[in-house]
Unconditional design. Sequence first.
Length: 292
Amino acid sequence: MKRRDYEGPGDLRAMQDLTRRLWSPESRWHIGGLAWSRLQHLGREPEWPTSLWEHDGQVVAWAWAQRPGTLDLRLDPAYPELAEEILHWSDGAVEGLERDVTLLESETDLAAVLRRHGYRAQESGVFFTHMRLDLDALPEPKVPAGHTLRAVRGEQDAEARAAVHRAAFSLPGLPPSRVTAESYRQVMRAWPYRAELDWLVEAPDGTPVAFCLVWLDEEHRAALLEPVGTDPAHRRLGLASAATLAALHAARRLGARSAFVAPRGDDGHPMARRTYESLGFRGFARTVTFVR
């Protein structure tokens, strides 16, 4: 067994390979969500100490620390002893005493390790609901008159795609989105991004105003929605629902059997969850954040 520091895109693929090997419908991480989380911004690597653990040349665990003290990890259950080592590593990876680790409520073994290290589950605050939809019978997407629904055409759309993302996620009281055309091109070049699964709704003047990006794990036939959004000036028209349905139809044509999404489950931002429920998604698990 050996630990090594993250060195670049090749190691992201190794992290994704472990994530795919361990994936189940109850998994918190999906190969697409990992790609989006790591690549949507440029220049963040110095803020993100990341390590991989290998046994006989195969990655069996990864840990990703984000300052000031957030830790994400994926661990092959055949190596439970690594949980203790990962937590000790995280204590030296970032400064300060505060730490938080988010798990799915089903990850009881890892939760027990966290409790032994002085972590306690938050009783209130932000949490995410993991939702699932079988793709056997999808309604057809519909957009208002004058609007256009289409797939992204490739990197030529990166500027417009990044602009509508910033509009959707630059919310009052929160830091503005840092997604740029350059960072979105980085996403587009990553595995397993496919432009045919990245959908836009354009307003009558041709401006993109809503979007849905789906990531497909072909091995498990599992599609992940990440991200989905609408420009605030164009909400309540069903545009995000239309983009989502179009992207899911495309995923089904490529072999997807089920789709997953993880919106906020608390009352802080309920609209996304309600939108997915209106499309037939149903929650099956929630996240729990442990804090020390």
